[in-house]
Design a protein around this ligand. Structure first.
Ligand code: RB5
Length: 151
């Protein structure tokens, strides 16, 4: 398992705890920053993570900003990316099981580092259920394709 991870200044507060958790699990990662509290633009940090997940260079991605929302919206512009922002255990489990989310979004101004680690742990250890959920993911892929043929 290899993870691509990045955050903006608003998500930085969560990153040390998540990296320590990944280390403790023997999970390797590529950290695309940011690593200071200087104000940056979250789309710039979504791009390398989404690209790595899309290409298969990473199995999954983790993105963090103040809310987890903006950076997740940016990642979802990439075909094949299913980035989901979560702040509770139910959604962390459901987005793995139902959406096969390949990027987890977290908000540094929403959840504590301890909670963020718990959500990552649930998401990583919950299997995708497939079945009826795959039909729905196939429809999302069809939307991506239809948007391409429109241009
Ligand atoms: C940055 O202030 C903030 O807008 C960003 O971290 C994020 O919350 C956007 O969705």
């Amino acid at each position: 398992m290899h993870i691509a991870i990045a955050c903006d200044h608003g998500g930085l507060v969560l990153k040390p705890a998540i990296l320590a958790y990944l280390d403790s699990q023997g999970i390797t990662y590529t950290d695309y920053g940011t690593n200071t509290t200087d104000s940056v633009d979250y789309p710039d940090y979504a791009v390398p993570v989404a690209k790595d997940v899309q290409s298969g260079a990473a199995d999954r991605g983790i993105l963090m900003c103040g809310t987890g929302i903006g950076i997740t919206i940016a990642a979802n512009k990439f075909d094949g990316i299913r980035a989901a922002v979560v702040s509770d255990e139910f959604c962390a489990k459901a987005t793995a099981e139902h959406n096969n989310a390949n990027i987890l979004g977290l908000g540094g101004r929403v959840v504590s580092p301890e909670k963020a680690v718990k959500l990552v742990d649930i998401w990583l250890h919950t299997a995708y259920a497939g079945g009826r959920h795959q039909n729905r993911l196939d429809k999302i892929t069809a939307i991506e394709q239809s948007q391409k043929s429109r241009n």
